[in-house]
Design a binder for this molecule. Sequence first.
Ligand code: PLP
Length: 284
Amino acid sequence: RTVYVNGEYLPEDQATVSIFDRGFLMADAVYEVVSVLDGKLLDFAGHMARLTRSLEALEMDNPLSEDEYLDAHRQLVERNGITDGLVYLQVSRGNPGDRDFAYPPKGTVPTTVMFTQAKPGLADAPAARTGWKIVSVEDQRWGRRDIKTVQLLYPSMAKMEAKARGADDAWLIEDGKVTEGTSNNAYIVKDGKIITRELSHDILHGITRAAVLRFAREAQMQVEERSFTLAEAQAAAEAFVTSASAFVMPVVEIDGTSVGGGKVGPVATRLREIYLEESRKTAI
Ligand code: PLP
């Protein structure tokens, strides 16, 4: 594979970053994941807008322009022959000197890396027809989950717990309410209404979430942005999650209780179709 490091395209075994990089030492880095379908980038502008917000929240300079990011994404897709898959992008604060909790307020040189992962058949995941099983895990992450940092140890542990319990993913619970999945936003469908937690510092502002809610409203479906409990989700007609790489993924079981009779429901199915159709149209 060819990867990108600070303006260079290199074979992956020749790409290196400093052991003093704050991304490595302190998780002082942000990232984005953009899906590729038919060799084209989905929701690219949305991901770039969120990258800018994440960098601003951490007072980091943005090393590249949107056009430069686009060019690098396209070059990697092209050089690695990616038809379906993803491009991972990470910007860290770099290596401003000796390890120190304080960082220089300005003038640090960020470390920018990008690589691709091929995912043949990404849009036709068999799980979309059978749905995911979810278990609940306490949300013990930090309080700025709206910033897409690489501090992913807790969600990683929650995912491992889900797998150990025979499930596909975990929903994180705080103050009795579902925040989101380990790497996706969470939804239920009740009385025909699509319900998902409102935006705040408590959840990542999903790019797929924004697109799916827009398409749902355009299709005259009702949307309510509010938090919900696990019990409400277990009693719901349907449940599902969204993310850049899972698109819209139905949920059929939560903590051992079947949701929607344990079958993938019509709303999740329709939203998945609409999302894939519409986002392919605007893919670049
Ligand atoms: N929530 C969390 C915690 C995530 O890590 C992600 C994606 O990685 C999402 C939600 C979904 O965001 P997006 O739709 O932008 O991929």
